[in-house]
Design a protein around this ligand. Structure first.
Ligand SMILES: Cc1ncc(COP(=O)(O)O)c(C=O)c1O
Length: 428
């Protein structure tokens, strides 16, 4: 039985989170699951999700939250969108699992076609992947196959995932240091938004650069938009030097920034575009959309050189097709742009209004509120949790509160969340 019939409700806290049931389940989990993921930070009990709908999450103690994380950016169309759920149900009743890369199914054919038409990539084809990091791995491998050059320019900060291949281009030392011995030396790292002359120098400088990978707006590492004209400048340099431009739109894709893809705002058309998260509307699926000529480098040699058992999983393809249609029907990229410009003024005033806020950055429904310290960010996000707001702190130094609600969040919910945050920030 579901208790969240609608997803447009305000938070309601019945028992301070984590409540008794969450504490009990946290203790069981700590016995059974390996440590390391953040579910139980420092072994402390945490909230457990029972249900989600629209912008609401219900925990196992009956507390109702407003999800300003969109479940890591996945629920762009809202949690459990009825059309997505119906599509998954339909497909699950027909074909739950297929034969991955060896034999396709009709929805995969349709999804590849929709994606290649929708993404801002010239003469595009699609290479499916399982997760964002997997898509990044496909892009990195494609670049080497297509150019024969092992060098990669990546930026600092950047988050591209933490599987071993993606970790090469992810910047944060916390993630990299323990595995440094497994990381190769082909990645040349530059500051995000650096002078274009520095990018050009690196492209010329004997690093044998096959690919430049970037987030069109840095996401998890602090919500950092690039300087005006920078993306287009990097794209031009890639073209001039025969290196491939890889846009990692795993977080920014599918309307989040007020455009279908963040590069659309700059009229940049990358050679390879990684996407995932929101694509599946809650089902795990990702993809690289790339130029046909570039992806031709994967010409079959008897074995698929990069694949996975669950490649283009049928219910995930059904969900993704529906997500693309919902985004278009409900005009959600445009809605994100409108809501973004409506709250922009209010958010940009926060550094003047609240001494704890040092900077606010973002666009559409992707905002980063940089606070004075990691401690302040963690106190505010914990206090927000207590009042019913799910909010993550990110950024290289853990002090950027990230606001990325579902693109379907109601105006009342959004206003409520901002008002609550203003109250919390006023306490510092
Ligand atoms: C820009 C970007 N790329 C890649 C990833 C990795 O995606 P996944 O966690 O699905 O592997 C993320 C995840 O946050 C991301 O934000």
């Amino acid at each position: 039985m579901t208790r969240l019939a609608r997803g447009d409700l305000l938070p309601k806290i019945l028992t301070p989170p984590p409540g008794p049931r969450a504490r009990q389940l946290s203790r069981s989990l700590a016995r059974s699951e390996a440590p390391g993921v953040n579910t139980l930070l420092a072994g402390a009990p945490n909230v457990l999700w029972q249900e989600a709908k629209g912008a609401n999450v219900l925990d196992v103690d009956g507390n109702r939250f407003l999800d300003l994380t969109s479940g890591f950016g996945v629920a762009a169309v809202g949690h459990r969108h009825p059309r997505v759920v119906a599509a998954v149900r339909r497909q699950s009743g027909r074909l739950l699992h297929g034969l991955g890369d060896v034999q396709a199914h009709p929805l995969r054919v349709r999804l590849a076609d929709r994606l290649r038409r929708r993404a801002p990539v010239d003469d595009a084809q699609v290479y499916f992947a399982i997760s964002g990091a997997d898509a990044v791995e496909v892009a990195i491998k494609t670049a080497l196959l297509a150019t024969g050059r092992p060098g990669i320019i990546a930026f600092d900060p950047a988050y591209h995932g933490v599987t071993l291949g993606a970790l090469h281009v992810t910047s944060r030392q916390e993630f990299r240091r323990p595995f440094a011995q497994h990381l190769h030396s082909h990645v040349h790292r530059l500051p995000y938004g650096c002078r274009l002359a520095a990018v050009e120098e690196a492209l010329r400088g004997g690093h044998d650069i096959g690919a430049v990978i970037l987030e069109p707006i840095v996401g998890r590492e602090g919500v950092i938009p690039p300087p005006e004209g920078w993306l287009a400048g990097v794209a031009d340099l890639c073209l001039a030097h025969g290196s491939l431009l890889v846009a990692d739109e795993v977080l920014t894709g599918f309307g989040r920034t007020g455009h279908w893809f963040a590069v659309d705002a700059n009229r940049v058309r990358p050679d390879l575009l990684c996407c995932g998260k929101a694509l599946g509307g809650g089902m795990p699926i990702a993809a690289v959309v790339g130029r046909r000529k570039v992806l031709a480098a994967w010409e079959p040699s008897g074995e698929a050189l990069h694949t996975a058992t669950f490649l283009a999983h049928p219910p995930a393809c059904a969900a993704a097709l529906e997500v693309l249609q919902v985004l278009a029907d409900e005009k959600l990229p445009r809605r994100a742009a409108r809501l973004g410009s409506e709250i922009e003024h209010r958010l940009l005033a926060w550094p003047d209004e609240f001494s704890a806020v040092t900077e606010v950055r973002g666009r559409g429904l992707l905002w980063g509120i940089e606070l004075a310290s990691r401690d302040t960010a963690s106190v505010v996000s914990r206090a927000a949790l207590g009042q019913g707001l799910l909010l993550l702190a990110g950024g290289a130094r853990g002090r950027v509160l990230q606001l990325l609600p579902p693109l379907t969040i109601s105006e009342r919910q959004l206003d409520f969340a901002l008002e609550l945050l203003e109250e919390l920030l006023a306490e510092f």
